[in-house]
Design a protein around this ligand. Structure first.
Ligand code: SF4
Length: 365
C-alpha cells in the first residue's frame, strides 16, 4: 500500500439545465446553499479517504459532472481546504476541472489558478450554433470563445474541448468547421464522442423525429476527424481523444491503463486493490448517509483482469502487447486492415476503431 499513486475523481451532480441527450447523473437547478452543503459533504468524504489511505499519494484530481464550475469559488475553497488538510498530493499532480461555457468568469478562473488547478475541460460539443440548439445546450460558440479566452488569460493553456459526432443535422462539412475553429484557437486537446441515444433521455423519446446522420455518415465524420487532427499535429492517443504531445489527460489515462482511483459523489466509480465499486445515482442518499451503500461492488477475477486489459488497453492508440492466443485471433483483423501489429504491440487502425466493440467481443475470454 505504501506510496501508491492514486487518482481522485470528484463528481459534481448539478447543471443549469439538463441537455436533451444527457445520461450523466446530474440534477437541474440548484442554489448556492445547495452547492455549499454538497461541497461540505465532499470535504467530509475527503477526510475519510485521507484517513483510510494515509500511505497513498494522489497524482491526479479530476472534477467531473454535471457542471463542476457551478459550485463556484466558495465550493472549490471548501473542497481544496479538505484536500490540503487530509490528502497527500504530488507536487506535479494534474488537477482538472470540467466547465461549461457561460459558467466561468475571470474571478473564478483566477481562484482556480490559485488553488492549483492546471487543466480545464470545456463542454463545447459543436462550433455550429444550430447544432448546439438541437442539443439544447445553454451556450453559443461565442460563449465558448469568451470562456476559452478567460481561461487562457488567467488560468492555463492546458485546455480540452469536448465535441460530438452524430449530432442531428451534422455533416462532415459542419464538423470540419468545428475542428478548424478549435485548431485556430490552438487547443491542445479534444475529446470527440459519438452521440448515443440513451434510454430515459428526451432524445430517446423523440429519436424517430431527430434528423440524425446515418451510420455511414458518422463513420465518414470519424475518419475525417482522425485525419484532420493528425495533420494538425494533435495525434490520436485514445479512441475518442486527441492531444498535442505532452497534453494527454493523465487522469483519464489511469482509467484505460487500469491505474487506481477513488471516486466521490453519487454515481462515482472507484477502482482500488482489485475491487471496482460505485455509488448509486442518488444525491439525497449520498448527502444523508455517512457511508452510502455501493451500487456495484466487484472483486475482479483473473479472467476479469485479462479482459479489462484487452478492452481498456485497446482503446488506446498504442494498444497492448498480445499473448499467443490473442495474436492468433487478431490475425484476420490485421490482414483485413482493422488492426496493426508493430514493435510487439497490437492496436486498432481508424477503420478498426469504428468496429472495435465487435472485434473486442471476439478477443476477450
Ligand atoms: S452540461 Fe453536460 S452533464 Fe450537464 S446536462 Fe449537459 S451534457 Fe449533461
Amino acid at each position: 500500500m505504501r506510496n501508491k499513486k492514486l487518482g481522485l475523481y470528484i463528481h459534481i451532480p448539478f447543471c443549469i439545465k439538463k441537455c436533451a441527450y444527457c445520461d450523466f447523473y446530474s440534477l437541474e437547478g440548484g442554489k448556492d446553499d445547495k452547492y455549499i452543503k454538497y461541497s461540505e459533504r465532499i470535504a467530509k468524504q475527503i477526510k475519510k479517504i485521507g484517513e483510510a489511505l494515509s500511505n497513498c499519494t494522489f497524482d491526479s484530481i479530476y472534477f467531473g459532472g454535471g457542471t463542476p464550475s457551478l459550485i463556484g469559488i466558495s465550493g472549490f475553497n471548501i473542497i481544496f481546504e479538505a484536500i490540503d488538510r487530509f490528502l497527500s498530493v504530488d507536487k506535479g499532480a494534474e488537477i482538472s476541472v470540467e466547465v461549461n461555457p457561460k459558467t466561468v468568469d475571470a474571478k473564478l478562473a483566477i481562484a482556480l489558478f490559485e488553488l492549483g488547478v492546471n487543466r480545464i475541460s470545456i463542454g463545447l460539443q459543436s462550433a455550429n450554433d444550430n447544432e448546439l440548439l438541437y442539443l439544447s445546450r445553454i451556450h453559443t460558440f461565442d460563449d465558448f470563445k469568451r470562456t476559452h479566452s478567460v481561461i487562457k488569460q488567467h488560468l492555463t493553456d492546458n485546455i480540452n474541448a469536448d465535441i460530438m459526432l452524430g449530432i442531428p443535422n451534422q455533416t462532415v462539412k459542419s464538423l470540419s468547421f468545428t475542428l478548424e475553429s478549435l485548431i485556430a484557437l490552438s487547443l491542445p486537446h479534444i475529446s470527440a464522442y459519438m452521440l448515443k441515444i440513451e434510454k430515459g433521455t428526451p432524445f430517446y423519446k423523440m429519436s424517430d423525429l431527430l434528423p440524425l446522420p446515418d451510420e455511414e455518415q458518422v463513420c465518414d465524420m470519424y475518419e475525417y476527424l482522425c485525419k484532420t487532427q493528425k495533420s494538425a499535429d494533435i495525434p490520436q492517443y485514445e479512441i475518442s481523444n486527441f492531444a498535442k504531445v505532452g497534453f494527454e489527460c493523465r487522469h483519464n489515462l489511469k482509467y484505460w491503463e487500469r491505474g487506481e482511483y477513488v471516486g466521490l459523489g453519487p454515481s462515482a466509480h472507484s477502482f482500488i486493490n482489485g475491487i471496482r465499486y460505485s455509488y448509486p445515482r442518488d444525491l439525497v442518499m449520498y448527502m444523508s448517509l455517512d457511508s452510502p451503500p455501493y451500487e456495484e461492488y466487484r472483486i475482479l477475477s483473473g479472467a476479469d483482469i485479462r479482459n479489462e486489459e484487452i478492452m481498456l488497453g485497446l482503446r488506446l492508440k498504442k494498444g497492448i502487447i498480445p499473448d499467443a492466443r490473442l495474436f492468433d485471433i487478431a490475425k484476420k483483423y490485421i490482414n483485413g486492415g482493422f488492426m496493426e501489429y508493430k514493435d510487439g504491440r497490437l492496436f486498432f487502425t481508424t477503420k478498426g476503431f469504428l468496429v472495435s466493440n465487435y472485434i473486442i467481443s471476439e478477443l476477450i475470454e
